[in-house]
Design a binder for this molecule. Structure first.
Ligand SMILES: Nc1ccn([C@@H]2O[C@H](COP(=O)(O)OP(=O)(O)OP(=O)(O)O)[C@@H](O)[C@H]2O)c(=O)n1
Ligand SMILES: C[C@](O)(CO)[C@H](O)COP(=O)(O)O
Length: 266
C-alpha cells in the first residue's frame, strides 16, 4: 500500500507543545525525519481504542507525540506508522489538529510488531534525510530539549543515540518462575544501568542496515545497531519522556500535562 501524503500545512504550533528552540541543532542543511510507530494495540493499557488514539488532556496521544517531534526545528518530516486498518482515520486525525507548517507528514500502515512498523516507516522515507529519529507514539510528552540533544549527538558523529535515565530502583536478575518465589541470579551494578527512552536517533544508513539484518522482533532499535557491532551512545533522557504502558502511566501523563497547561497559563 502506498503512503498517503498528508502535508498538513497547519498555521500554528499548539501551545501544548514544549517551546521549540530558535536554532536547529547541528549542521546547516542536514535533514532529519522522525518515524513514529503508532500501530500497537496497547494491550497492557487495557481494553479500548488503539493506544496511540486514546486521549490525553482531550487530545490523542499520537497528536502529542507528533507535536513533540515537530517541536524540534531540525525535524522537517514526520512519518506516522498507523494501525494497518486505520491509516485513513489517522490521516483525518492529523488533518483535524494544528501542526507546524514547516513540517511535512506521511501516514503509512504498520505491521504485526514494533520492528515491522518501524521498518514500514523507514521504507517510506524519501531520499535526503540523513538523520532519522524513531519515537514511540506512547511517549507523548518528551520535551523538545531531549529531541534536540539526540539529533545533535547524531550530527556530531554518533551512528546511534539513545536518551536514557539512571534507575531509581535496584534491579535483580532472576530465574523466571511461573509461580512461587523466583530465585535471584544476580544484582547488576545500578550505577552502570540506564532506562532507555525515545526518540532514538540514527545515521539513516545504519538504521536501515540494522532493520535489514536483524529479524528477530526486537523492540529497541538501538539494540539492533548493537547487534551489528556498532557503537551506541546514551544522552540524558527526561522524566517526562516516560512510556504510557499501563493504566497508572495514563494518570501520570494527565497530571504532567495539566501541570504544563497551568504553567503556560491555560
Ligand atoms: N505492531 C506494533 C506494535 C507497537 N507499535 C508501537 O511501538 C510503540 C511502543 O510499543 P508499546 O508501548 O509496547 O505499545 P503496544 O505494543 O501498543 O503495547 P502493548 O505491548 O501493551 O500492546 C508504541 O507507540 C506502539 O504503537 C507499533 O507501531 N506497531
Ligand atoms: C523502544 C523502547 O521504548 C525503549 O525503551 C522500548 O524498547 C519499547 O518496548 P515495548 O516492549 O514495545 O514497550
Amino acid at each position: 500500500m502506498s503512503p498517503e501524503d498528508t502535508n498538513l500545512n497547519a498555521d500554528l504550533m499548539s501551545d501544548e507543545t514544549t517551546q521549540a528552540p530558535q536554532t536547529a541543532p547541528g549542521a546547516a542543511g542536514a535533514r532529519t525525519a522522525a518515524v513514529i510507530p503508532a500501530a500497537g494495540r496497547g494491550v497492557r493499557l487495557g481494553p479500548g481504542a488503539p493506544k496511540a488514539l486514546r486521549t490525553l488532556g482531550g487530545t490523542p496521544m499520537l497528536v502529542h507525540a507528533v507535536r513533540a517531534m515537530a517541536a524540534s526545528r531540525a525535524v522537517s518530516l514526520v512519518v506516522v506508522v498507523a494501525p494497518a486498518d486505520g491509516t485513513a482515520e489517522v490521516k483525518a486525525l492529523l488533518d483535524a489538529h494544528t501542526l507546524p507548517e514547516r513540517t511535512d507528514f506521511l501516514v503509512v500502515p504498520g505491521g504485526e510488531n514494533r520492528q515491522d512498523s518501524v521498518k514500514a516507516g523507514l521504507d517510506a522515507l524519501p531520499p535526503g534525510y540523513d538523520t532519522v529519529l524513531v519515537h514511540d507514539a506512547a511517549r507523548p510528552l518528551v520535551p523538545v530539549d531531549t529531541v534536540d540533544a539526540v539529533i545533535e549527538a547524531v550530527r556530531d558523529g554518533a551512528v546511534a543515540v539513545v536518551p536514557a535515565l539512571p534507575l531509581a530502583d535496584t534491579v535483580k536478575e532472576v530465574e523466571p518462575a511461573a509461580e512461587g518465589p523466583e530465585p535471584v541470579v544476580a544484582t547488576p551494578q545500578r550505577a552502570r544501568l540506564r532506562a532507555v527512552q525515545t526518540p532514538q536517533g540514527f545515521e539513516r544508513a545504519t538504521l536501515v542496515r540494522a532493520h535489514e539484518t536483524v529479524t528477530d522482533n526486537v523492540t529497541d532499535d538501538a539494540s539492533m545497531v548493537e547487534q551489528l557491532g556498532l557503537p551506541v551512545v546514551v544522552v540524558p533522557g527526561h522524566e517526562e519522556a516516560f512510556k504510557v504502558t499501563r493504566p497508572l502511566d495514563l494518570v501520570l501523563a494527565e497530571a504532567v500535562l495539566a501541570r504544563r497547561r497551568k504553567n503556560d497559563g491555560f
